[in-house]
Design a protein. Structure first.
Length: 440
């Protein structure tokens, strides 16, 4: 075996493509095992890809800024001591794969109805785009009319999702306005190409124009896609978290001295969320077409604001199996690594639910957007002292209590008000019932 293919890795459950942001090597360069080859970026994380083998860079298949589908080869390495004439090529993901003829042509994914697109068109369509076209029955001619927002007008996954949503709406509208006495035609008129809706903005001489960064563009696309995919509903409760606040105030110094970690409110909230997800597995889920996927692992993501102003969501794995000490360690480690841009790909994969803390900005309430492919996200508001009625054995009294709003946005396709409301109330109950005498 003489050559080794470096494949575009899968960087997350919902990630199907990544952008090459930088090459650290050129064709002809010699590399050792674990030398960094390239840097890639998704809407979730930037990551450096090391070489699993030693050898010479024989071929680089994609350039900087190219968007590449997961699983496609991005480079070929000639192994040390191998002859260039040998044609067997193992890959990074399957070292024992069957031999394939050496070639410089990009692999072609055969898609019914669109297999000749790249041959007959001046536009390039990625395997992901062609696969989506096949699933939705979009013809080659129809695909040609879709406006592309990618580099050089390339059609991206977001373009396809917008077009498909617009196409479905057009079909529904055509059916609704048809006369009841007329038979519905089995041939649907082709919908016009999706157009990007833009607001006309005037710019004055005193205004400053700042170009969106790559990560901000990806976040924007992901948020728009989530609103298009999931019908959002938001429920709100106010929780009395006095016990939680008083316990942390009393124990934070002893906690740091004993475990070497600063404890914030986030581990306590995460513990309550993980317990509630076990109580209501219908919220710890995803939607795949007509199928509901109930996740067995409880992996809680937490939105972290970066110094750049962007957001990233590292994931606490198996949160329901950890105590406050373990959760505190994970929260602190992931938050620090996120702010230093040192998260590993595994740190942002596999989330089943997300928490975002609006309270860190002194906001009392918010309506967050679901982090796909999850079906719910919790927003925590700032904790404020308020007068409240307290029930005592001798009657009701008014006292000063620590209160916090919790707001839950959920996907109304599978989470109804009863389930979403009960789940949110359970989180509030766990926080209100926190043991003020809890030992370290």
């Amino acid at each position: 075996m003489s050559t080794f293919e470096i494949l575009m890795p899968k960087m997350g459950e919902s990630v199907e493509e990544a952008t090459i942001t930088k090459w650290f090597v050129s064709e002809g360069d010699t590399v050792q095992e674990d030398d960094v080859l390239l840097e890639i970026a998704t809407d979730k994380v930037d990551s450096e890809i090391p070489s699993p083998v030693a050898g010479t860079i024989k071929e680089i298949k994609y350039a900087t800024d190219d968007v590449v589908a997961v699983g496609l080869p991005v480079a070929v390495i000639l192994l040390e001591g191998a002859e260039d004439s040998v044609e067997e090529t193992p890959t990074a993901s399957s070292p024992k794969s069957a031999p394939t003829p050496a070639t410089t042509d990009l692999p072609v994914v055969e898609v019914a109805g669109t297999d000749s697109i790249n041959k007959d068109s001046d536009r390039f369509y990625s395997p992901l785009v062609r696969s989506m076209a096949k699933e939705e029955g979009i013809s080659a001619g129809e695909l040609e009319k879709i406006a592309g927002s990618g580099k050089d007008g390339r059609v991206t996954k977001t373009d396809m999702q917008s077009y498909i949503a617009n196409r479905a709406q057009q079909v529904t509208t055509n059916a609704a306005v048809s006369a009841p006495s007329q038979a519905v035609s089995t041939t649907v008129t082709q919908a016009p190409a999706a157009k990007e809706h833009k607001v006309n903005v005037s710019v004055s001489a005193n205004d400053e124009i700042v170009q969106m960064g790559r990560m901000r563009k990806l976040i924007a696309d992901h948020m728009v896609m989530s609103k298009q995919v999931s019908p959002h509903v938001t429920s709100v409760v106010e929780a009395d978290v006095t016990n939680m606040v008083l316990w942390r105030t009393k124990m934070k110094d002893a906690f740091q001295k004993k475990y070497g970690e600063k404890i914030t409110y986030m581990p306590i909230i995460t513990e309550a969320v993980a317990k509630a997800l076990r109580d209501f597995p219908g919220v710890n889920a995803s939607v795949d077409g007509d199928n509901i996927i109930l996740r067995k692992d409880v992996n809680v993501g937490m939105a972290v604001s970066l110094p750049s102003g962007d957001l990233i969501v590292p994931v606490i794995k198996h949160a329901d199996q950890k105590n406050l000490v373990g959760l505190t360690g994970d929260v602190n480690r992931l938050a620090n690594q996120a702010r230093e841009n040192k998260l590993a790909p595994d740190d942002i994969q596999g989330g089943t639910f997300t928490i975002t803390n609006f309270g860190s900005f002194k906001n009392i309430i918010g309506t967050p957007i679901i982090n796909q492919p999850q079906v719910a996200i919790l927003a925590t508001g700032s904790i404020e002292k308020k007068p409240a009625v307290i029930e005592t054995p001798t009657g009701d009294v008014i006292g000063i209590r620590h209160k916090m709003f919790l707001s839950l946005s959920y996907d109304h396709r599978i989470v109804d008000g009863a389930l979403g409301g009960a789940f949110l109330r359970r989180i509030g109950d766990y926080l209100e019932e926190f043991d003020i005498n809890k030992e370290l």
